[in-house]
Design a protein around this ligand. Sequence first.
Ligand code: HEC
Length: 151
Amino acid sequence: MKKLLTRFALVLLVLLLAAQLVRVERTNPPVKSEILAPTDVQAVLERSCFDCHSNRTRWPWYSRVAPASWFVARHVREAREDLNLTEWPLMDAEAQQFFLGEMKQQLEAGNMPLDSYLLLHWGARLNDAERELLLTWIDEEIDLLTGASFP
Ligand code: HEC
């Protein structure tokens, strides 16, 4: 029995070591254009959203260790594909309006930032005031884009 356990542990170790050989993309593409938001809004976005939704990801140490690296890299890839805040001004008004609506939805549902991320990034948690700040800014931006403030 002990021999079997030792063998099992060895196999596991070999698998873990082999897993480190899988190449994981951990890139930060050049920042082409930054979202323009008031400083306080920008600070919250940078703190709570930019690690996934921007080209300015701060890759944590565990993003270098498989299998954690696979999850982190996938989250960042998928998040950037959906919404990249460092490419925001390159989007047309229609797309911006769409994503503002999506952000609002995610914030109201409390889906973002992802729970798995918050487990390891306590500081990224949004308190009520910060969520309100983002939601107010989103509404103002939508008004600006739809021309509601220029009747
Ligand atoms: C740990 C990484 C991570 C962080 C941090 C994060 N997100 Fe996301 N976000 C994702 C991933 C992954 C998806 C794609 C989810 C999917 O496709 O199911 C996503 C999707 C989204 C979407 C698109 C949802 C849709 O309907 O397609 C919006 C909007 C969004 N996030 C907003 C935010 C905002 C705002 C913040 C900061 C308050 C934030 N996210 C923080 C990982 C993250």
